[in-house]
Design a protein around this ligand. Structure first.
Ligand code: NAD
Length: 252
């Protein structure tokens, strides 16, 4: 699918990977809707990209329905959906204070897994209602954000690892289910990228991780994630899969 002239919705678009995606898609001619809980950041990205900022907690069905509707009213139905909303907040299941509160587990499941599904169901319904594009025959593409943590299972982040594995696991069944509408579904599994989320990690952990990368031994840059989004959007044969973008890193 060509990017120019298409409407795109990007959750977590106010920061990090989502903001880089909004900038990159806008520079390629997309009309971007920046969905986030942090409206100051969403507005700044929207202003920079000529897009719109919409308040949306992805865990809320009502807020997501409203935001997707508002995006449709301004830009038309989105043919590109990119889910980047996320939190890290990893913790051990058991530490010296005893078991982790179950609310911690539930919160991560809500934001990542429920939130991604929530946006996908609404974006896919909008895509299913538009005409297929004359050049490729497709109606739209859903791109979700997993993590290599979902495959490599580092300790101390069981719930985060599990929700990211679940997001990766959704790609194939979602692509199969939506194939009758000619909607593709892909996930990207980043390694360690230089965003506010990763910068909050302990410096010794960051150093250990970047040194463990075969090549290049550095943070991934958010624009590299955004270029992967571009590749997925513009390559119709990419469907039902999760692509690692990690310099060959395997977490231990
Ligand atoms: N940075 C990395 O190294 C890395 C690696 C692997 C995966 N990821 C994943 O990439 C995604 C983007 O992360 P990032 O590094 O850009 O982080 P970030 O903190 O820079 O951006 C996350 C954005 O999501 C928003 N957000 C949080 N909860 C939300 C909610 N309930 N509803 C709507 N928006 C919400 C935040 O306000 C923020 O703008 C996340 O899913 C993260 O787990 C990041």
């Amino acid at each position: 699918m060509k990017i120019h002239g298409m409407a795109a919705v990007i959750t977590g678009g106010g920061s990090g990977l989502g903001a880089a995606t909004a900038r990159h898609l806008a520079s390629a001619g997309a009309k971007v809707a920046v969905l986030d809980v942090n409206m100051d950041m969403a507005r700044a990205v929207a202003e920079e990209t000529g897009g719109i900022a919409l308040e949306c907690d992805v865990t809320s069905d009502e807020q997501a329905e409203t935001a997707i509707r508002q995006a449709r009213e301004v830009h038309g139905p989105a043919r590109i959906s990119v889910c980047c909303a996320g939190i890290s907040e990893s913790r051990r299941m058991v530490d010296r204070n005893g078991p982790a509160p179950l609310a911690h587990h539930r919160r991560l499941v809500e934001v990542h897994l429920v939130g991604t599904y929530n946006i996908c169901r609404l974006a896919a319904a909008d895509m299913a209602a538009v005409d297929p594009l004359p050049d490729t025959g497709e109606r739209g593409v859903l791109i979700n954000t997993a993590s290599i943590a979902g495959f490599d299972g580092p300790a101390g982040a069981i719930t985060y690892d599990a929700v990211k594995a679940a997001i990766a696991a959704m790609s194939l069944p979602m692509a199969r289910e939506l194939s009758r509408y000619a909607i593709r579904v892909m996930a990207i599994a980043p390694g360690i990228f230089e965003t506010p989320m990763a910068i909050e990690l302990r410096q010794d952990y960051i150093d250990k991780m970047t040194q463990a990368i075969p090549f290049p031994k550095r943070f991934g840059q958010p624009v590299e994630y955004a270029r992967m989004v571009e590749t997925i959007v513009t390559t119709p044969m990419l469907n039902g899969e999760t692509i690692r973008i990690d310099g060959g890193l395997r977490m231990t």
